[in-house]
Ligand binder design. Structure first.
Ligand code: C2E
Ligand code: MG
Ligand code: MG
Length: 577
């Protein structure tokens, strides 16, 4: 009895009715369900049409087309299917056998045939045909697996970016509206680094599952990058939703995600995370490429991250304008340094009696078309692109040139040092060589760093600071109070000054919280022997409040705005004369 899948795989092409009947009944006795044909052409068409290999008992001499022509044509036209052809003939000389085999037959059986021999030869055919069918099945499941790997994420089992993009494409092609989101786990990298990849993967799996739970309606939740998930909620039907309605829907859904994700995950005694969400409506009025929609949500997500994370930002056209402006700045910034478009400004710092104490160097960019661009706009771009290294070098050299030209040793200048600049391996050597080349005493330079710097490689930061401090440079903590770092560094690092951030000065003297913070800073500075500089002093009341609390240096519009370095120095020289 043949295997179920091979039962119907035999074709008898034989015009002699007696031989045909004999073959058919013998095969049926063995459990086969053979197809019988008398005409050569018909037999060829039937076999050719089959996608599975057949065992063909093929008569050599037949009307329509003889067996030799059939097998030749079959081999030519369906070389992809290994049909097993047994040539039946009363010719049984060796040369006939060779001729049939060379034409493409696999085997040869002489008529009148012996049933035992027929059985043995069919067995060989069955083995080969069966093997091919097995192979086909294996390929099919391998393809299925490959398809799964290509479209699904192995860790979470969720659709991956490819399948997610295909889903967006379908929505767009069908003319539907949809809500699109991109969710990112804040500081996921740190969890991975602290707890290992295995726990990170586990968190991603729980996260993906919880994200799916947030949506009762038909939503595609996908993992589209390491710690980024995409959500697509197609609205189907006609364009029944306005953009505003989709935006409201997105905010509501995003809120639900923020709330759900803030609950502890059942791993490592309860891990909690916050998320950043970028979202965008997919409206049926504008059929954009799926990649464009993905770019939009990504843009919104980057903005949510830049704003500190743990929030939702919905894409809008203003964002596009900002991106274009940023792109333009980045493109033009390289020229700014080489083509001398940067200017060095100074902002004076005064003591409690309004006497000139020193100044902070603040760079300005005079763009040939856009005019003055504030450092608040281009320094972050320069920081990202690495150009801040060149800018910082230019500023430091400019400051040293000024100090050399004005040899009054009591006058010092503060220079802002970006974290990227500080992190450079050759930072210390660079700073030392600039002052040495110009014979400027390092004590006339205060290097302003931010607290953000201190969460980086503390060992490296401390080493560099100590070397420079031993050489005579002073360090100031800029924007003090806005960073997240612990305060212990104030004791362990060679810091001589803190600059209270403008945000705390702004509310003085009325705002109680700001007042309390400022007072606490003064107390701490006194205990640690640190000089205090107040940034952004704009009113007399603020100055009076600050003076009441202790020894303080003022820097703010009340006393002077940043101005071209030469002007500030001239003014200062006039005052001290
Ligand atoms: P910063 O170092 O905290 O500089 C103080 C900023 O506060 C300056 O803004 C200054 O103009 C502004 N400011 C001072 N007094 C007042 C005031 O009374 N009211 C108000 N509203 N603002 C006041 P600026 O010049 O726009 O610089 C912004 C930031 O750009 C700087 O903040 C600093 O982080 C960065 N920056 C400027 N120059 C350089 C530089 O040469 N290198 C690096 N790495 N960063 C720089
Ligand atoms: Mg500063
Ligand atoms: Mg500051």
């Amino acid at each position: 009895m043949p295997e179920e899948s091979l039962k119907d795989k035999i074709v008898i092409a034989e015009d002699d009715p007696i031989t045909q009947l004999l073959l058919k009944s013998t095969l049926e006795k063995w459990g086969f369900e053979p197809i019988t044909l008398q005409d050569g052409k018909e037999a060829l068409e039937l076999i050719k049409a089959s996608e599975d290999p057949r065992i063909v008992l093929l008569d050599w001499l037949m009307p329509g087309m003889d067996g030799i022509d059939i097998v030749k044509k079959l081999r030519r036209e369906r070389e992809d299917i290994p049909h097993y052809v047994i040539m039946l003939t009363s010719k049984n000389e060796k040369k006939d056998v060779i001729y049939a085999l060379e034409a493409g037959a696999d085997d040869f059986l002489s008529k009148p045939f012996d049933t035992e021999e027929l059985k043995a030869r069919i067995k060989v055919g069955l083995r080969l045909v069966g093997l091919h069918l097995q192979l086909k099945k294996a390929i099919k499941s391998a393809n299925k697996l490959a398809d799964f790997i290509a479209h699904y994420d192995q860790t979470t089992g969720l659709p991956n970016r490819v399948l997610f993009t295909e889903n967006i494409e379908k929505v767009v092609n069908d003319g539907y509206s949809a809500a699109l989101m991109q969710v990112n786990i804040d500081r996921f990298k740190r969890i991975n680094q602290a707890k290992g990849l295995e726990l990170g993967d586990l968190l991603l799996t729980y996260f993906g599952a919880r994200l799916q739970e947030c949506f009762e309606e038909e939503a595609v939740v996908a993992r589209i990058a390491a710690d980024e998930f995409g959500i697509l909620i197609p609205f189907g039907g006609n364009c029944t939703y306005t953009t505003d309605e989709i935006i409201n829907f997105l905010y509501a859904k995003a809120q639900r995600i923020h709330t759900r994700m803030a609950e502890p995950f059942p791993i490592d005694k309860g891990v909690t995370v916050s998320v950043s969400i970028g979202a965008a409506p997919v409206t049926c009025e504008i059929a954009l490429e799926p990649e464009e929609f993905l770019r939009r949500v990504d843009l919104a997500l980057r903005k949510a991250k830049a704003l500190g994370g743990n929030q939702t930002v919905i894409h809008d056209l203003k964002m596009e304008k900002e991106v274009r402006q940023r792109y333009q700045i980045e493109k033009d910034l390289a020229k700014a340094v080489s083509q001398g478009q940067l200017r060095l400004f100074l902002q004076a710092q005064v003591d409690s009696h309004g006497r000139f104490h020193g100044a902070e160097a603040l760079v300005r960019w005079f763009h040939p078309e856009q005019g003055l661009i504030s450092p608040g706009l281009f320094i972050p771009v320069a920081e990202e692109s690495g150009l801040v290294i060149q800018i910082g070098k230019w500023v430091l050299e400019g400051v040293c040139d000024l100090l050399r030209a004005n040899s009054d040793e009591t006058f010092s200048i503060s220079v802002n040092i970006s974290p990227k600049q500080f992190a450079r391996e050759d930072f210390v050597e660079h700073v030392l060589s600039v002052v040495m080349d110009r014979s400027v005493p390092p004590k006339r330079i205060i290097l302003e760093v931010t607290e953000g710097l201190l969460i980086n490689d503390m060992k490296d930061v401390a080493k560099k600071m100590r070397t420079l401090s031993e050489a005579g440079f002073r360090f100031s903590i800029d924007d003090f109070g806005t960073g997240y770092s612990s305060l212990s560094y104030l004791k362990s690092l060679p810091i001589s000054e803190i600059k209270i951030d403008r945000t705390f000065i702004k509310g003085l003297p009325g705002d109680e919280d700001s007042g309390a913070i400022v007072q606490a800073i003064f107390l701490m500075a006194e205990a640690l022997g640190l000089k205090v500089v107040a940034e952004g002093v704009e009113t007399q009341d603020q100055a009076v409040f600050l003076n009441k609390w202790g020894e303080v240096i003022h820097q703010g519009f009340l006393f002077s705005k940043p101005a071209p370095a030469d002007e500030v120095i001239k003014q200062w020289l006039r005052k001290i004369q």
